[in-house]
Design a protein around this ligand. Structure first.
Ligand SMILES: Cc1cc2nc3c(=O)[nH]c(=O)nc-3n(C[C@H](O)[C@H](O)[C@H](O)COP(=O)(O)OP(=O)(O)OC[C@H]3O[C@@H](n4cnc5c(N)ncnc54)[C@H](O)[C@@H]3O)c2cc1C
Ligand code: SF4
Length: 332
């Protein structure tokens, strides 16, 4: 591993300034959350920043209620603490379920909210510096297209990259329309999800809309009363310690057998946590039946363009959407 400097930031201003100074030096500077992804990638030689700015001691490690009735989650909050928080569990159960479905207890104790959102793809070629990869080395090619892509994207991918975003947490956040609070060299701004992550297009090296030096300080959950009836379902190759093959976060508001409102997002299918807007529109005002759920899922997945070895994800995603929505109806 290339030698690097370590700095611990005491406040946001000094964190952003330390990162900007590291970048100005040409050393390459990044923020360090729990390190559970970043340090692995440094060991593999995938990334080699010259400066790590530790942001885990910033005073953003709790949950606050917002004036509008939502929650503000600090970016330095550990994944385990987020999942266990009583307000999160009660108001947004799909978020707790998604976080608990990720990684292991030990990793969740270390991993932070900000780091989880910005973790990199698990595409095996990206992690192997002996192989070409447009995301790691722009212009070098994408061996996954004709190689191992069983677990890669079926929606929104490009000729340049077919990687998926690996975060479970990001899926319910996209369904909820969470707002990401950012401080950077250019000031403060807020980015609504699912707009934080980007489709790969011809610049797959950029996972998100963040600019160099941007620090995530918090994630705001808007109020969504019907999210008390929400669920996260994850299909994976083994029962724990595995990334999603396909996952679904869904919340359903049903009255007199009709869908008044709903939120649906898919994980494991795209370069971004995929908000299923077509399915949501199809469902609003429809009967809360298996047939309507299946039709809505089909409308969403009509835009899928799978590769030879991951076409199974399309019917899998459809079935997982339908089963999850039926579970929500049965639980009501
Ligand atoms: C074996 C294993 C299995 C896993 N399985 C799953 C799984 O099933 N599902 C899942 O969702 N995750 C899984 N993970 C991923 C794990 O959840 C991530 O490693 C973790 O969430 C990253 O959080 P971190 O705080 O450690 O981030 P770090 O590794 O510290 O950072 C990750 C990235 O975020 C940047 N960063 C960190 N904090 C900020 C901030 N506040 N602002 C701006 N940039 C920031 C860093 O610079 C880096 O680029 C697994 C990890 C391991 C090791
Ligand atoms: S899918 Fe993306 S991350 Fe994987 S090899 Fe291709 S360019 Fe690299």
């Amino acid at each position: 591993m290339r030698p690097f400097a370590y700095e611990r930031a005491a406040d946001v201003r000094s964190a952003v300034a330390a990162c900007a100074a590291g970048m100005a030096d040409g050393a390459g500077a990044v923020y360090l959350g729990g390190g559970t992804n970043l340090v692995d990638l440094m060991r593999l030689g995938v990334v080699s920043p010259g400066v790590l700015v530790d942001v885990t001691r910033l005073p953003f490690d709790g949950v606050e209620e917002t004036a509008g009735g939502g929650l503000l989650i600090g970016a330095a909050m550990r994944n385990s603490d987020l999942a266990a928080h009583p307000l999160v569990r009660r108001r947004y159960p799909m978020l707790t379920q998604a976080v608990v479905a990720g990684a292991s207890g030990q990793v969740r104790n270390m991993a932070t909210v900000g780091g989880n959102l910005l973790q990199r793809t698990r595409c095996s070629y990206f992690q192997d510096v002996t192989k070409p990869c447009n995301k790691r080395a722009p212009g070098s090619g994408c061996p996954a297209r004709n190689g191992d892509h069983r677990n890669l994207a079926v929606i929104g991918q490009s000729e340049s990259c077919v990687a998926t975003h690996p975060s479970d947490m990001a899926v319910p956040l996209a369904a909820l329309g969470a707002i990401v609070h950012i401080e950077g060299p250019g000031g403060s701004r807020k980015v609504p999800m699912p707009g934080l992550h980007r489709l790969p297009g011809d610049t797959p090296e950029r996972d998100t809309v963040l600019e160099p030096g941007d620090l995530i300080t918090a994630v705001e959950l808007p109020p969504l009363p019907f999210a008390v009836r929400s669920r996260y379902r994850k299909v994976r190759d083994r029962a724990s310690f595995a990334f999603a093959v396909v996952s679904v976060a869904a919340a359903l508001d049903v009255e007199d057998g009709m869908v008044r409102d709903c939120r649906i997002a898919l994980g494991g299918v795209a370069h971004v946590p995929w908000r299923a807007e077509r399915a949501e529109s199809a469902l609003r005002g429809s009967p809360a039946t298996e047939a309507a759920f299946a039709q809505a899922a089909d409308e969403e997945l009509a835009q899928a363009t799978p590769l030879p070895h991951n076409a199974f994800k399309v019917p899998l995603a459809r079935n997982v959407v339908v089963r999850t929505l039926l579970d929500l109806v049965e639980a009501s």
